[in-house]
Every structure is written in C-alpha cells, then in structure tokens.
Design a protein around this ligand. Structure first.
Ligand code: 5AD
Ligand code: SF4
Length: 409
C-alpha cells in the first residue's frame, strides 16, 4: 500500500482542499502518513496570494528532489494556487515533479490521478480521520470580484456554489464523526447563491442540523453583508457571534483604486450593524498599496479605531503578476511600509486585548476544544480551571483576562 504525506500551505480553503485530494488518493489505495521518510507520495498544496507564500511552496518543492531520489517509485504532486499559476513551466526547473494539479481543477483531481497512470487498479476506502471538534465544509469556490491587487480570481476562477444537499450531506457526515463546530468556507462565502437559496438561508439550514453546536464562516465580502444576514446571525444562537470581514483599507481613495466596491463609511455602517447584533468583527488589512499616502494610512487607522476590530491580519502589499496593481509605478518605499505596519500592529494588539478584557465578568458559552481550553462564540480563547470534555459546550463566568486569554471560574 502506498503511503501519502500531505504538506499544506496557505488558507483554510487549502486545508479543506487537501482533505478532498487526500480522499481521492485514499480511494485509489493510498494511506496517509505523518512521516515524510515513510511516504511514497507527497501531496504539496500551495498558495500564491503573496509572493512570499509562493516562494515558500516552490522552495519546499526544490528540497524534495533528494527525498524522491532516496527511494525508487516515489511520486510528487504539486497542487493548488501556485501550481495553477506556474503550471507546466514548473517541470522545466523541477523535472522530477510528477503531477501538477492546479486549484481550478480540484473537482477533477481523481481524474488527474487516473490519467497520470501512476495509480493502479488498487481500490481503497475512505479517509479514517481523527475526530476533531471543528471541521471545514467548502460551500463555494472561486471569486467574481476583481480586486486590483488580488491573484485569487485568476488562479481559482469564477464562483461555483455547491448544492445545499451536498453541503448538508457533508455536515451530517462530519457530525456523525463527532464534529461539533462547522466552518463554512468560500473565497467570498456570503455571495453564496444556489437556486434561490442565499447564504443566510444556508447558514440557518446548517445550524438546524441535529448535532451541530456552532456554525462559523470564512471569509465574507462586505458587499454581501445584508440586513437579512445580520438578523440571522443575531437571532440564531448556534451561529457564532464573530465575523472575519476583510476591510483591506480605510481610505476611500485606496478602496476605490483597489476596486473593493465600497467606501469607508459604507463599510463602517456594516461593521456597526454586526456589532449592534452582538458580533465581534475582525479583519484583513493591506498596507502600502501603491500610492498609499500618510493621509490614506491615517484613514485606515481611523477606521480601525472606529471599528474596534477584535483582531486583524495585516499584510504588506505584494505585487502579483498580471494583476492591475502589479504594474503601478508609485510604490510605497519599504521603510515607510514597515513603519506603518509597526504602528498598525501595535494598535491591533491593543484592540485585541480590549476585546478580551471586555469579556471579564460576563457569562460565556464555550465550546471545549482541548481539556483545558475552548472558544467563545465571539472567537475568544478561554482557559478552564479544571479538565473538560472536548466537544462539550459549557457556560462559564469569565474571571479575568491577560489580553490574549480569558480565565474562567
Ligand atoms: N498583497 C498583500 N496582501 C494580499 N491579500 C490578497 N492579495 C494580496 C496582495 N497582493 C490579502 C488580503 C486578503 C488576504 C487573504 O490576503 O488582505 O483578504
Ligand atoms: Fe481577492 Fe477581492 Fe476576490 Fe477577495 S474579493 S478573493 S480580495 S478578488
């Protein structure tokens, strides 16, 4: 039996895609191993959203030449977003690479394996997965936006939504394995639409599945934060009171240049609607987009102050080939970008601590993830004084906060 080692780079979507690709390998007789030296097949699932991510994936591939040479018959599969962007030309520099499977073809990954002729007639079973408290379900793939800095639409293609019946079947299967928290995934997950069923409807359907304790989703686009969606999140106790909503910038000029489709005021209105529904909001911010002035950056700081995000991922702008922003000449000097990033990270640290501190004295429903730790509905980590059973939901009084962790009674 062939053994496969999986190496995933990038976002949660890639984690879910890796599981799907592993499923196709297992169905062809392979078995997962956590030991790369023991493996016959390596599946590398890659990211290209920023140059650094792609570089990491490609340099990992470079190091696999020795691994492959150490034993005959070994197979290397390079999959995902960087594989989609670089394509067959990878084989010029890495002739030892066996299969390139780009992100657009994930649904047909099994077909790619069969065509390669590297997998025989051996039949396998299903993945035997360790049961986890949280698991991911992809509900849509691709993106129909064209943000000027972003390579995702070109490597993942246009939006394709999965039928609700397939999504619910997947949820049922996970619940039967003991999963309690379902995270619905999509590049612009709340743009979901399938024969009259929108994302708010889908959220309610998933939350109504017996055995589902909590539903989260990632990542929504601000334009699809509708009053209906806010109401559903507010009124359904199983839907987590946390939304990760990428803002990208707080400057109207930069948002327009980025082609995000909203200005800072529209965005703040949506954030406030969520916060008024009891939801904690976190975000993504890009620093140093070409032409970002001190004033633009200050507008981002103003937005961050007004929104009081519970957390933020901050990225330095990275020019990606063939995106409109890559050819812009007015780059912000790296020293300036570093300075701005520092200021922003400091502010975010303070806001994250404030989000933790403000939970002190409240009662929280916590989903237990490990014997001594769990997460609130708002996605804050809680430490328990005594051992708990993973998968249970416990109601606890929050006694104190150290700014990164809550301590319960
Ligand atoms: N440079 C820097 N950050 C980027 N992101 C997407 N494209 C780029 C880029 N070219 C960030 C955005 C997005 C997150 C997943 O990655 O903030 O929300
Ligand atoms: Fe990229 Fe914009 Fe689509 Fe998000 S919405 S994946 S940033 S193009």
């Amino acid at each position: 039996m062939k053994k496969v080692f999986v190496q995933t780079f990038g976002c949660q979507m890639n984690v879910a895609d890796s599981a799907e690709m592993l499923g196709a390998l297992v169905a062809r007789g392979a078995k997962e191993t956590a030991d790369i030296d023991d493996a016959d097949i390596i599946l590398v699932n890659t990211c290209t959203v920023r140059e650094h991510a792609e570089h990491k994936a490609v340099s990992y591939l470079g190091r696999l030449e020795k691994w492959k040479a150490a034993r005959s018959g070994r197979v290397i599969i390079f999959a995902g977003c960087a594989a989609q962007r670089l394509g067959e030309k990878l084989k010029k520099s890495y002739p030892f690479l066996d299969i390139i499977a780009g992100a657009k073809g994930i649904e047909n990954f099994g077909g790619v394996l069969d065509e390669s002729g590297l997998f025989g007639a051996e039949h396998g079973g299903d993945i035997i997965k360790k049961s986890t408290v949280t698991d991911f379900v992809t509900v849509m793939r691709g993106c129909d936006f064209q943000c000027s800095y972003c390579i995702v639409p070109s490597v993942r293609g246009p939006v394709k939504c999965l039928p609700p019946k397939d999504i619910l079947a997947q949820v049922k299967m996970l619940v039967a394995r003991g999963v309690k928290e379902i995270v619905l995934l999509g590049q612009t997950v709340n743009a979901y639409k399938y024969e009259g069923i929108d994302f708010a409807d889908l959220l309610e359907m998933v939350a109504a599945e017996p055995g589902v304790e909590r539903v989260r989703f990632m990542s929504p686009h601000p334009l699809y934060i509708t009053p209906k969606l806010v109401d559903v999140i507010k009124n359904n106790p199983k839907i987590a009171k946390h939304v990760h909503l990428p803002a990208q910038s707080g400057s109207d000029k930069i948002l327009k240049d980025m082609k995000r489709g909203y200005d800072a005021k529209t965005l703040l209105d949506k954030i406030n609607a969520l916060k008024n529904a009891g939801v904690l909001v976190s975000t993504d911010i890009v620093i140093g987009y070409p032409g970002e002035t001190e004033e633009d950056f200050n507008d981002t700081l103003k937005l961050v102050d007004a929104a009081k995000f519970s957390f933020a991922y901050c990225f330095k702008f990275s020019p990606r080939a063939d995106t409109p922003a890559a050819s812009l000449k007015n780059a912000v000097p790296d020293k300036e970008v570093e300075k701005r990033l520092d200021i922003l990270l400091n502010k975010i640290k303070g806001l994250a601590a404030a989000a933790y501190d403000s939970a002190v004295g409240t009662r929280q429903e916590v989903l237990v993830e490990t014997p001594y730790k769990g997460r609130t509905s708002g996605n804050l980590w809680v430490k328990f004084p005594s051992k708990q059973q993973a998968g249970n939901v416990v109601t606890v009084l929050i006694k104190r906060s150290d700014g990164t962790l809550l301590y319960s009674e």
